[in-house]
Design a protein around this ligand. Structure first.
Ligand code: SAH
Length: 215
């Protein structure tokens, strides 16, 4: 059984070889990914693989995203610590924990109650309390707390879910994988007045976003 120090060493290698080496420069983000014990967000049987360069299963047919994808999407939101963030697809809660460390507050929606419940336990164990986990269809967003400075969708959408764009604050950023089942383009949308600027951040592969404005 690997000890706490072994995990810290594996995390350092993960941050250096998979994230910094691929061009992520935000020092706050790199420090947070060094700090958060990613293995705790998966079953103990997977702990020895927790820092590998790919997604891993978390139950319910879902996955915890590859570390680099977590870094890339977090980086794309340009968080400074003051933001109200909406996340769609809590899953394991790993990405949620990173957002919570980088922003002021995170609202995170998950459609599978069992995953949300497990994520809540890990976040509490890590004493991360600036998070509200909500069970429901995130394709509709969470109008009660809108607008958001940043929105992240961690499941693949067939088309851009309109309610999410509408819930963006002025200057707000939305990062979302859009495309076919099993292969999408990661998009960043930025609201500037009446306009929405769209940027292509590259190819990616996510599980389905299932809901009213999803699959
Ligand atoms: N960020 C997560 C990735 C989880 S995979 C992590 O790091 O672990 C994507 C998650 O999106 C799955 O848990 C899936 O159940 C959830 N999901 C799919 N459609 C959804 C919807 N409409 N609303 C909320 N969650 C959804």
């Amino acid at each position: 059984m690997a000890g706490v120090n072994d995990f810290a060493v594996r995390r350092r290698r993960m941050v250096q070889d998979q994230i910094a080496a691929r061009g992520i420069r935000d020092q706050r983000l790199l420090a947070v990914m060094q700090e958060i014990p990613r293995h705790l967000f998966m079953d103990q049987a997977l702990w020895r693989r927790a820092y590998e360069d790919h997604p891993l299963p978390i139950g319910g047919g879902q996955t915890i995203s590859q570390p680099f994808i977590v870094a890339l999407m977090s980086d794309a939101l340009g968080l400074t610590g003051t933001e109200k963030v909406l996340e769609i697809g809590t899953g394991s809660g790993y990405q949620t924990s990173i957002l919570a460390k980088l922003a002021d507050w995170v609202f995170s929606l998950e459609r599978l109650p069992e995953l949300s419940r497990k994520a809540q336990l890990v976040l509490e164990e890590l004493k991360i309390f600036n998070v509200n986990l909500i069970v429901g269809d995130g394709t509709k967003g969470w109008p009660a707390e809108a607008p958001y400075d940043a929105i992240m969708v961690t499941a693949g959408a067939p088309v851009m879910p309109r309610p999410l764009v509408e819930q963006l604050a002025e200057g707000g950023r939305l990062v979302v994988p859009v495309g076919q089942r099993g292969v999408q383009t990661l998009l960043r949308l930025t609201r500037r007045g009446d306009k929405v600027i769209e940027e292509d951040l590259g190819g990616c592969r996510f599980v389905d976003l299932i809901g009213e404005y999803g699959w």
